[in-house]
Design a protein around this ligand. Sequence first.
Ligand code: GDP
Ligand code: MG
Length: 304
Amino acid sequence: MTGKGKSDPDRFGFVAILGAPNVGKSTLLNFMVGSKVSIVSPKVQTTRARVLGICIEGSTQIVFMDTPGIFTPRRRLDRAMVATAWDGAGDADQVLLLVDAERGLDRDTEAISAHLRKKKITALLAINKIDLVKKPDLLTLTETLSGDGLFSEIFMISAAKGDGVSDLLNYFKVNLPEGPWHFPEDQISDMPMRLLSAEITREKLYLQLKQELPYSTAVETESWEEKDDGSVRIAQVVYVERKGQKGIVLGKGGARIKEIGRAARLELEEILERRVHLFLFVKVREKWGDDPDRYRDWGLNFNA
Ligand code: GDP
Ligand code: MG
């Protein structure tokens, strides 16, 4: 964060982060906000809902919208996630398209560019994961992408290492519209703690189960109890769609769920800065992917 100059006017704006699944949108958001507000995993489509991350640069308050990624939707949940991403882009003051330097211009990115062109949205381009590619390859990709005329600026970054991210923040600092801030100075997200804590457990599930994990797994916080000794008791339910999946999540003698719970608890204790007692229950609920309540909880439109 840089100091607030007396003569600088207050600025405020929304920035939508768009990109194919797995290009590093959530990683970039967390880095800019300086805290975990969106979960990250090597598996695609981890981010389901729209997540706001807020940061302050000088006298500018920047609100980033992490989106679930844009891809060809097949199921209801996919459709709702993609619709949410595009709604975010329509509402934003600036649109930032993230491209994976290693993967380059793939089908998903082509589809996003085509849509931006159709909607006449000018975007900023950030080529991410530059730590993974050689300079000449990066130059070739940059030339290809800049020939498009769709992008007003091109940034090269590594969201994981933080390289180049300050250039991006500086850009928003001076280019967002003048106007009053909409959020308190210390707010970094609009996600309620109950939801964020469920998301953290879901991240640990993804990390532990890797390819084994059914995509159709949901976590919900059932109760949140503040104790007199300053600790908090959190009970969460992990929903799977079939009986067989329950066994996978539990692991031998419950070893896996125990490890998932431990990892989630440690991270929660760090974020909440107090002791956490986390209880995880695994339940089978068929077709939760077609349950309207889930969509409401995530801020998604069931009928997208
Ligand atoms: P999203 O689906 O676009 O939100 O992508 P995530 O933020 O979840 O990241 C997907 C994967 O890419 C994760 O394994 C990240 O650790 C990894 N990743 C993100 N940014 C970088 C980067 O700059 N360099 C490298 N090497 N990996 C990255
Ligand atoms: Mg994400």
